[in-house]
Write a protein that binds this ligand. Structure first.
Ligand code: PEP
Length: 255
């Protein structure tokens, strides 16, 4: 049995006051929630304030990125131990915007996954194909390559801390969601890969979120699929009522 996990990726949105208000609204309704795992991922500068607002609740806080080194002359970067210090438990790695807008390749993502695990952070590892890759029938090859590369050197014991997120690039922020069948198919492929690399038992317990224009209206359909274990939510996580609708859908389909 896998616990569903719903995480909100705020990206570069909301100011400090708005982020705290959103966190407080979520805490008021879901602060004691046990059935579904929850997290929000604000921009670096608001992590501490949001973590403080959520203190004592079941809602975790994650960063949207981190650097591979723990300290030093890396102007503009933020280290894993700093994230832990301000109350972060999770870190999103390999997001398509990091890959395609900010130029992160598989090697960097793998290094970040390994370092995050070393530091004691739980990676939410994103992967997914671009539209032209899907249309060329390359989805399986692309996601397999991304998964193998990102998890190079990650032990079976460390995998207990890793959440996977399938995020087709063509569905992120576009309003175009994968159908539940498309999501289920790729989630099944990812689980099969994990079974091959590690074990069937490990694959069975790894949480694989779906991300890409998840909204209250499509969340139930997607999360009810056997291999879809929650959602990584961008745009709809910025408004308390929309994010709450997705969380309620997760509670309703809890497996
Ligand atoms: C994301 O950024 O991880 C995401 C899935 O965004 P959106 O929900 O807005 O498509």
């Amino acid at each position: 049995m896998r616990q569903l996990f719903v995480a909100g990726n705020w990206k570069m949105n909301l100011n400090g006051r708005q982020g705290i208000e959103l966190a407080e609204a979520l805490k008021a309704e879901f602060g004691d929630l046990e059935a579904v795992r929850l997290a929000v991922c604000p921009p670096f500068v608001y992590l501490k304030a949001v973590a403080d607002a959520l203190a004592g609740s079941a809602i975790g806080v994650g960063a949207q990125n981190m650097y591979t080194e723990s300290e030093g002359a890396y102007t503009g970067e933020v280290a894993g131990p700093m994230l832990l210090d301000v109350g972060c438990r999770y870190v999103i790695l390999g997001h398509s915007e990091r890959r395609h807008v900010l130029g992160e390749g598989d090697g960097v993502i793998n290094a970040k996954v390994l370092r995050a695990l070393e530091f004691g952070l739980k990676p939410i590892l994103c992967l997914g194909e671009r539209l032209e890759q899907r249309e060329a029938g390359e989805t399986e090859d692309v996601v397999s390559g991304q998964l193998r590369a990102a998890l190079e050197g990650v032990s079976a014991a460390q995998m207990a801390e890793v959440t996977m997120a399938y995020e087709p690039v063509w569905a992120i922020g576009t309003g175009r969601t994968a159908t539940r069948e498309q999501a289920e198919e790729v989630h099944g492929i990812l689980r099969g890969l994990l079974a091959g690399i590690y074990s069937a038992e490990l694959a069975e317990r790894t949480i694989i979120q779906y991300g890409g224009s998840v909204k209250p209206e499509n969340a139930t359909d997607l999360m009810a699929m056997p291999n879809v274990d929650g959602a990584l939510v961008g745009g709809a996580s910025l408004k308390a009522d929309a994010f709450a609708g997705i969380i309620r859908a997760a509670c309703a389909v809890s497996k």
